[in-house]
Write a protein that binds this ligand. Sequence first.
Ligand code: GUN
Ligand code: ZN
Length: 419
Amino acid sequence: MTKLLIGQIVAFGETAQDLSHDTRGAIAIGDDGRILFRGPLSLLPRAFDLTPREDYGEQILMAGFIDAHIHFPQNRILAAAAVDLLDWLTRYTFPEEALYADPTYAAAAATTFLNTLYRYGTTSALAFCSSHKACAEALFEAAAKRNMALITGKTLMDRNAIPAVHDTVESGALDTLALHKAFHGKGRLRHAVTPRFAVTSTDAQLQSAGELLRQCKGALMQTHLSESAGEIAFVKQLFPNDQDYTAVYERFGLVTDHSLFAHGIHLSPRELSALNEAGSIVMHCPTSNTFLGSGLMPFQGRTKLALATDIGGGTSYSMLQTMGEAYKVQMLTGRKLKAAELFFMSTLGNARALRIDQETGSIALGKFADIIVLNPTATPVLAARHKLSNSIEDVLFALALLGDDRSIAATYVAGEKVY
Ligand code: GUN
Ligand code: ZN
């Protein structure tokens, strides 16, 4: 049924500078979950006079958040203290991901996981699964039920973990091709070829991943790159003939304009040029980078950036908190971000990085109504701070630095209220 959402509206055009703000705005959503109208309530066409409406008063309607990098099977291992990335993977992550071989367990976890995303205002994500095909099937199926734009794939990893999460070159390729056929382009689902990182794949599997990326038409490629000192040293030892970490992925045809690399903290000028020339994306994961002690990643030098929680290395599902931490990390590396830049990154910027901007990422006519309602006075601290805000930029800044799931009043995916 056609419906109307009414409230303050914050919407981006093509850039972070192009922010429009209606203090009393309306969004009309059609039967198909797509946006029919957005503008001041005073200009709402008479045709919507009798349309059922939800009035959110002074709360803010905006595009739902998009998380560019999150691990579905790590939803129980947040805040697991470790010496560094490799220690954390060994002690907590691999054993936890082993549970996702069980389709029943994975299906139950997928429902919980998506409900958690909605509670935090995240309406789309590029996610890692475990290495088990059943894990990816469970997440795809749960997202399809909600008509959600979700991208995932089974993780390719044939060495240096534990047997319960190892695949083989052959099984990894067969499962990847089967998932592409079953889910890519089905409704709003998309597939990503997903080698975990160079440490956990043999040369033969990385070679296969490059071939899979070429065979799986339209698929993205997601992996990890240059996150921690121990990881980088291990890659050097495993691939002594490659000039640097990025060169390993280049050699196997994995550095492309459909490629997304999580972290990318310690990249050399050569590596940065290689990524930028290819049009690859670097996903900034500030809460994970500080929690695991991986490093402070400057935005400088990276032309295509996305923003992500990296749950469970990251410590919050909240893209608001992730924006706040990104702000602090950039302050430490010499750049002062504006709230509009952070909110743009978390919505249309990430939609572009994930190549789903034709259908989501902004409140624009014809796109799916993936919309959240933000309460700028959700807590006593926010309410007190809100009294001093004198511009929409300032309201958004306070939300990015002080907000969390309590600031999310409602979440809509393709026009349906899911939270
Ligand atoms: N590198 C390889 N796997 C992972 C993972 O699961 N999390 C993080 N943060 N880095 C990784
Ligand atoms: Zn990750």
